[in-house]
Design a protein around this ligand. Structure first.
Ligand SMILES: [Zn+2]
Length: 66
C-alpha cells in the first residue's frame, strides 16, 4: 500500500493557529488524536473543539453506520 504524502498546514480558528496535516487526498488529520480524517476544515474544527471541551477519554470513536 502506497503511503500518502502529507502536507503540514496551519489553520486559524478563533485566533488560534493550529498545525494540521493534510494528505494527498485532501483529507485533514486530527492534530490531537491523529486518528480521524476530515474532508473539510470545518468538520475538523468541530472535532478539535470537542477535544478542547471534553477530556480526551470522553471522546468516543465516530459512530459506525448500520
Ligand atoms: Zn481527534
Amino acid at each position: 500500500m502506497k503511503k500518502l504524502r502529507k502536507t503540514k498546514i496551519i489553520i486559524e480558528y478563533s485566533g488560534s493557529r493550529i498545525p494540521v496535516e493534510r494528505d494527498e487526498r485532501g483529507l485533514y488529520t486530527c492534530p490531537i488524536c491523529g486518528d480521524y480524517l476530515f474532508y473539510s476544515v470545518e468538520d475538523l474544527m468541530h472535532h478539535v473543539i470537542a477535544h478542547a471541551r471534553n477530556s480526551l477519554k470522553a471522546i468516543r470513536p465516530a459512530p459506525k453506520r448500520h
